[in-house]
Write a protein that binds this ligand. Structure first.
Ligand code: ZN
Length: 246
């Protein structure tokens, strides 16, 4: 069974009544419950736990990590970023949510600023499926409409995704690449835009379906473990000194 760790900064829900009303037990609890219902083995971890809840043991047992952060990206320790990065390169899936675009781990994986435009005006978003045959779009209509969304607009300073599964239109006129697939090392990375803390986006069933699909997609495959470094030939070849010195 695919094992998921849902990571959340978990500060807004404790600091703001507005956010606490929508997510009384934290954004992570709503996401974890949805993934649990979808049949995944699910746990959560938050910033203020020792090692941010992401010990070596936890990551070792994690097939896919989801990441929601916003106000406290700087408080995530370099040691944990390095640890998560290594696990992604080794094959752990990573789903970066909404304002996680500015997290240390996503910026490190992308190698760019990951900056974007934004506006908080409770405007309509239409999240269009661009790749209907992609497994992350399974069971989704042509688009998902979100009544109250925070706008994110292009340019989104990320490398061109391997596959762009979703793009958003906003009432104010902007557009955005909202569902971006990447591979880094052996790991699969999915960036998914919706999910501002003052709107009930993660309660939306279609959004929950996308998250479950993304976990399935990002879970490690059964491909071979690559080998690196100096390598003995498979066939007999001349390795005498006069051949190796050019
Ligand atoms: Zn936001």
């Amino acid at each position: 069974m695919t094992s998921v760790t849902v990571w959340n900064e978990y500060r807004h829900e404790r600091d703001s009544d507005t956010v606490a009303e929508i997510y009384p037990d934290g954004i992570h609890t709503v996401i974890a419950d949805a993934l649990d219902d979808a049949g995944f083995e699910t746990r959560s971890a938050t910033l203020d736990e020792p090692e941010h809840g992401l010990t070596e043991d936890v990551l070792e047992e994690t097939d896919v990590l989801t990441w929601w952060g916003h106000a406290a990206h700087d408080e995530v320790s370099e040691e944990i970023v390095e640890r998560v990065h290594q696990h992604v390169l080794d094959g752990m899936g990573l789903i970066v949510l909404h304002s996680g675009h500015y997290s240390k781990i996503f910026k490190r994986l992308m190698g760019t600023s990951c900056s974007l435009k934004w506006r908080e005006a409770a405007e309509r978003e239409r999240l269009w499926v661009l790749e209907p045959s992609h497994p992350i779009a399974d069971g989704i209509d042509e688009y998902i409409e979100i009544e109250d969304a925070e706008m994110y607009g292009e340019r989104f300073d990320v490398p061109a995704p391997d596959t762009l599964v979703f793009a958003s239109w906003f009432e104010g006129g902007e557009l955005f690449r909202s569902g971006c697939c990447y591979r880094r090392g052996n790991g699969r990375v999915f960036y998914f835009r919706p999910g501002h803390e003052t709107y009930p986006v993660y309660h939306n069933e279609a959004i929950q379906r996308v998250l479950a699909n993304a976990v399935d997609w990002a879970a490690p495959g059964d491909g071979p473990q690559p080998t690196f470094g100096n390598y003995d030939p498979h066939e007999e070849i001349d390795l005498s000194d006069d051949r190796t010195v050019h």
